[in-house]
Design a binder for this molecule. Sequence first.
Ligand code: SIN
Length: 538
Amino acid sequence: MDNYRYLMDFDTDKIRKEYYDVIIIGSGIAGVYTALELPDKYKVVILTKETIDISNSVLAQGGIAVSLDKEDSPELHFKDTLYAGAGLCDENSVWVLVNEAAQNIESLCKFGVNFDKKKNRDELSLTREGAHSKNRIIHAGDTTGKEVCDKLISIVETRNNVKIKERTFAIDILTDKDVCKGVLTYDEDSSEYILYVSNVVINAAGGFGQLYSNTTNPEVATGDGVGLAYRAGAELMDMEFVQFHPTVLFHPENKSFLISEAVRGEGALLRNVRGERFMPQYHELNELAPRDIVSRAIFSEMKKTDSDYVYLDITFKDKNYLEERFPNIYKTCLTYGIDMSKDYIPVAPAEHYCMGGVKADVFGRTNISGFFACGEVACSGIHGANRLASNSLLEGLVFGHKISDEVNRVLGDRGAYDETFHLKYSMNRANKEIDKKQLKMNIQNIMTKYVGIIRDKEGMLKAKGIVDECYNSINEMVNISIEDFEIQNMVLLAKLVIEAAIEREESRGAHYRTDFQNTDDINWKRNIIKKKNLGNNK
Ligand code: SIN
């Protein structure tokens, strides 16, 4: 059955309500920066599933792409983004991204974010990452996301107009005929359902990396923001494009720690387990080819050598340099007995980023009035079929700023919420018992095996059969806990990713099919959109 509009039964008259001008779901860079950019005349709440400092953005290592060098330009950044995106980027959105990058980085510097500077100079230090034709990645050591998020969070915490609600799970947005009315939530601390009422909801809830067994994403990345958008009738786009980061630590005790692309940017080489360098056989940009190409090359070398990993070699740089440039990576590797100044680092690709998500224009607007999307949860077309390295934090900044402008334009002097809105929803589900832990593991295994780096119809149909069965059985569940809501979102998104991946009968960017190995511009230079048929459930 595909006709459940909401995950749970409720009656808005019986739920405690709080009223805001603007609700933001998610506390990564997109959510917090947008909150800071909104004028302080608005009463804003940030809802976050865990504590405010837990997000994918915080874990970002490499940096933020911005054309600051005199040899560089937004035009070159535009060209590189399009090249990595394999023909599917929205050029209009990419122009906005690259042209408005510098002004938002300037804002970050004004907020006090400490990016690394060139030696003895006041200019920001610029490094290179995959598929960039110039050095344009600004960074803060190898913990750029943490530096940016820590600074932004410390400021937002001082804002009187912004309330932060931690351990608050956004279950569903409430809508009335394609107009957003608020967010139904579960408050873990008080074990209470609370309805946050507002005509403006900004979805910055992140991606769905937890659909895969090995991911660089935190546990919270179960796709709740994409799931609630789909149930409300928002259009989703490019769901089949899931990016695998080529170099994630492969150690029995840790298969999710990122070894930043910046390490390759500083010259690291990839070697198979026989010690042979292989990237020159795969692409003219060698180790700095676009991510999808490097990930597939590693996958193929792993198969060829019957191994679960390859090596990253930066042993030609001395210890002092590595400790200073990559303090976190150096220290973390050492805890696993790997001294990167002497030892090769075992690495394998792991899920890293979802290009697809809630279809949004450059002002973050979706097809639901008052409902905006920003950051990884959104699909504004800037990544196409494969995201260019270090464009993701930038996306949160540029489009967060544009959303704040748009909200200001729409709301004017006063925010708006509908105090009279009332809704009672009931679906009478049978209370079926489900082993959710086992189900989550099954989904992760199936997605990794059949809908990962290399795909084909046979495998994906197998995955579809299993996931469809899971989908039918969870439709019979009564959802009351966070675990229930999460598994609903994960199964739904697995189903949507598989369906889009089966539909796209070609290979492009991160979507590679052994049964359709070529890119087919004639039939497939277009986006796949998924939208729930709401019928009478509007
Ligand atoms: C990295 O540091 O390699 C990740 C950067 C990104 O995902 O853009």
